[in-house]
Design a protein around this ligand. Structure first.
Ligand code: KG4
Ligand code: ZN
Length: 356
């Protein structure tokens, strides 16, 4: 009997300031489009939800058309629609969820609501190997920092080993950048300024790394304050700004990589996956590679352009769900701005939740 080809899955991402659309079938990326409203937020020093939502309204249909055209397909070729239902900015999520529902209804195809962070975990599934099962995953984005134990991403519950008690790693990069007078978004600016400078010039604190501290929890707000205090207290410092920045960055990536490797060791899992916007950081990538190598751990980090928000990660996760035989999400799928990451799919009753 001929094998039925998988449907083309369209993924839509609008949780923050990036409008991303991509088309994936059977783990192969067919076409993508990305539009960002980042420049419109720069003068406010952070994302303004209303501006982001308006930009998504303007960009989502053109992005769908551009992705289809890049793939050489038409809307009639779309066999399923996946969309970020949460977490994220409520105003921004509503645009993507509404668009996805409209396409799914008009084309009469199934709709899959997905968790944005699970999308990050799936970011390099296109044209790549399946994820190791199990894998320790470190998610480092603008709003989240978590250490997870992930099994079958499409089916299994996602186990949180630790999360941040306060600021996320990306948020810390963004806030410290602002203190240091660097442009928004702060992470890439810090990354660029740190290159070639001395990361050992200043010994900023490594939060929650004491012997009695929780091994997998994170805290970054004290580090942010430590940098701000140091800058205030040393107006005439001869320490070059690049060294201050490199020392701050080193404190963040030292803590992230040490805890991720500890989690792999403690759980006897030989694979580490690092995803999310901060995974684009060049020093994090280098230190993680060096430490994983020394510890005999296989490291997987998506290509830099797939670390920050995009439509490919959502289409890749939708494609994985479809190929795993997941049931579609409810047609009344709602945006869930505060969705907790316990399963990759949103808008369905998971077995554990059904039993509860
Ligand atoms: O995953 P993402 O695109 O959006 C969220 O889901 O939050 O992550 C955005 C975060 C921002 O805080 C940004 O400053 C940070 O990722 N980021 C970086 C780098 N590129 C983006 N942080 C450090 N170094 C980078 N190269
Ligand atoms: Zn993200």
């Amino acid at each position: 009997m001929p094998v039925q080809p998988s449907p083309v899955v369209m993924g839509i991402e609008t949780s923050c300031d990036e409008t991303g659309v991509a088309l994936v079938r059977d783990g192969v990326l067919l076409g993508e489009a990305l539009s960002t409203s980042m420049d419109q937020h720069a003068r406010y020093g952070g994302v303004v939800p209303e501006i982001a939502a308006r930009a998504h309204v303007q960009a989502v249909v053109p992005c769908v058309r551009a992705a289809l055209s890049a793939a050489g397909l038409t809307a009639a070729d779309i066999g399923a629609v996946a969309v970020t239902a949460g977490p994220g900015l409520a105003t921004a999520l509503h645009v993507g969820v509404s668009a996805a529902k409209a396409y799914a209804t008009a084309l009469d195809v199934p709709l899959y609501g997905v968790h944005h962070l699970a999308g990050h975990l799936a970011a390099d599934l296109v044209d790549g190997e399946p994820l190791p099962d199990p894998v320790i995953a470190l998610i480092v984005s603008g709003g989240h920092t978590s250490l997870l134990r992930v099994g079958d991403l499409a089916r299994d519950p996602i186990i949180h080993l630790g999360d941040t008690l306060d600021d996320a790693a990306g948020e810390c990069f963004d806030k410290v950048a602002r203190v240091l007078g660097l442009p928004y978004p702060g992470g890439p600016a810090v990354d660029r300024k740190a290159v070639g400078n001395d990361p050992t010039a200043l010994a900023f604190p490594r939060p929650l790394t004491g012997r009695t501290d929780s091994p997998y929890m994170f805290s970054f707000s004290g580090l942010k304050t430590a940098v701000a205090r140091w800058v205030e207290a040393h107006p005439d410092s001869t320490v070059p700004a690049g060294d201050v920045i490199a020392s701050f960055q080193e404190a963040v990536v030292d803590v992230l990589t040490a805890k991720a490797i500890r989690a792999c060791r403690d759980h006897e899992i030989g694979d580490l996956l690092i995803v999310g916007g901060v995974a684009a950081n060049s020093r994090l990538r280098a230190l993680a590679a060096q430490r994983c190598d020394a510890a005999g751990i296989r490291l997987r980090i998506p290509a830099r352009k797939r670390c920050t928000d995009n439509g490919v990660m959502i289409a890749a996760l939708g494609d994985l769900l479809v190929r795993s035989g997941a049931a579609p999400s409810r047609p009344d799928l709602a945006a869930m701005p505060g969705a907790f990451l316990d399963h990759a799919q949103l808008g369905v009753a998971h077995p554990a939740q059904r039993a509860a």
